[in-house]
Write a new protein. Structure first.
Length: 453
């Protein structure tokens, strides 16, 4: 593994640290602008930014901002092909630069609210043409790990990657609330710096290519056209060669849709239902991340070690952990949604934190089902579907939250009741999984030979 895995941990830390610094200050900036715009057209003297009219606009603005992430995610698989051919670290560095530009754009719009309409933030996704954005960062970090570790330790390394990201998020969300008391712009500026440092860190990872891509520099233009034509066949063989792969892909989409209720709605929900400030609500994000960090660093590795000692296969070990994680999310989200007092909401957040490693084990399960040359394709498809789930979640939760506002205080938790229902469905499906079975995907060479014949 050498220096590669530690650099992956560091890059994960920098990426999610920057991401976690932003939600609270951006939500407050959006609320300020929407509130000012709302009262500009009225004669009201007292400006209450927590009224339903402003909060519905805020939820819609954030929801459609997430929805716009759907577009660049469609290019995940082509970017994976480029990474396999020209090097993972190069595409990762490019993706970090795109993220830097993507996050800079809303800051510019909010800094000049009299010049730019607030809805122009929805154009932030355009900058993901540089490297594929978040989709490729998360995909290629896991691909690099899968290339350097074996099946027995893979899920544990994935837990550590998540722990590195979670640790950064714990610090980030807490720092965000503290920094906002100094200046609402300070956490946003630090986030941009973190993205630039992540880009620099990836430059120290040796450039790695997959399969025939080692000879990419010497290929003729005819060979490159032939490879481009054959590539969709290879992608199709990887993703459709096993029904269980396709089922897990569907579960990943549903899981992301359900899990996104936490980062997307928690600050708005707690701020409205329990009359907390956005700065204080951000500390609840830190609580959830702290529980997740403890889970990924201690609880899950100990469970994985115990199952391995009893002779449980790597796939079955991942399956059991996935089932337990999803069950914890069902309990946690329903408690959060039904909470009449902040205490039960906190309990729900803790339970949800225990289940947030489900994405890592689902990714590890898929690795056992595909040919090594298909790993980056499978991971890219999973990350693309996660992004689609995250994008769709924006307007869905905005609509559910608006419906809750219309029906009164007791219904504000409707988004979390819906999310808990999604994870209940996932849990039922996972109960029917038994083992990875014998799966022999069509390797890339066979596809080439078939066409050349």
């Amino acid at each position: 593994m050498g220096k590669v895995i530690p650099i992956v941990y560091l890059t994960t830390f920098l990426f999610l640290f920057g991401e976690s610094l932003q939600p609270a200050p951006r939500a407050e900036l959006y609320e300020r602008i929407l509130c000012r715009n709302h009262y500009r057209s009225t004669t009201d003297v007292i400006h209450d930014c927590k009224i339903s009219a402003v909060q519905q606009q805020l939820a819609l603005l954030g929801g459609l901002e997430r929805l716009s992430n759907f577009i660049p995610s469609l290019f995940a698989i082509p970017f994976a092909a480029l990474a396999d051919r020209y090097g993972h670290s190069f595409i990762l560095s490019l993706a970090f630069f795109g993220i830097f530009l993507e996050e800079l754009w809303p800051m510019i719009v909010c800094y000049f609210p009299d010049i730019f309409p607030i809805r122009l933030i929805w154009l932030h996704f355009i900058f993901n043409i540089f490297g594929g954005g978040q989709t490729m960062i998360w995909t290629l970090l896991h691909v690099i790990v899968a290339d350097h570790v074996d099946a027995t330790t893979r899920s544990t390394i994935f837990f550590r990657i998540r722990a590195a990201g979670t640790g950064s998020a714990v610090i980030g969300y807490a720092a965000s609330g503290a920094l906002m008391k100094i200046s609402i712009w300070l956490p946003l500026i630090i986030a941009l710096t973190s993205f630039l440092l992540g880009m620099v860190a990836m430059m120290f990872v040796p450039s790695q290519r997959v399969g025939k891509s080692d000879d990419a520099d010497n290929e003729s233009w005819q060979d490159r056209i032939r490879s481009a034509i054959q590539y969709p066949k290879f992608v199709f063989s990887v993703l459709s060669g096993n029904a269980k792969v396709m089922i897990i892909m569907a579960l990943v989409t549903i899981a992301q849709l359900g899990f996104d209720s936490l980062p997307l709605m928690l600050s708005i929900y707690v701020s409205k239902k329990f009359e907390w400030s956005f700065a204080n609500a951000s500390f609840l994000h830190s609580l959830q991340m702290l529980v997740e960090l403890t889970t990924c660093l201690t609880i899950l590795p100990l469970i994985a070690m115990g199952l391995s000692r009893y002779g449980v296969s790597p796939f079955s070990k991942d399956l059991y952990i996935a089932q337990g994680s999803v069950a914890a999310l069902v309990i946690g989200l329903w408690c959060l949604g039904l909470a009449p007092v902040i205490g039960l909401a906190v309990f729900g957040i803790v339970m949800a934190g225990l289940g947030t490693a489900q994405e890592s084990v689902l990714r590890s399960m898929v690795t056992d089902m595909v040919d090594p040359e298909g790993v980056s394709i499978a991971y890219s498809a999973m990350t693309m579907l996660r992004t689609i789930g995250a994008s769709v979640s924006g307007p869905i939760y905005a609509g559910l939250y608006a419906a809750g506002l219309d029906h009164g205080w007791s219904w504000l938790g409707l988004p979390y009741l819906f999310a808990g229902g999604l994870f209940a469905l996932i849990f039922v499906v996972l109960l029917f999984f038994k083992d990875s079975s014998a799966y022999q995907p069509i390797p890339n060479e066979e596809v080439v030979d078939e066409d050349d014949a």
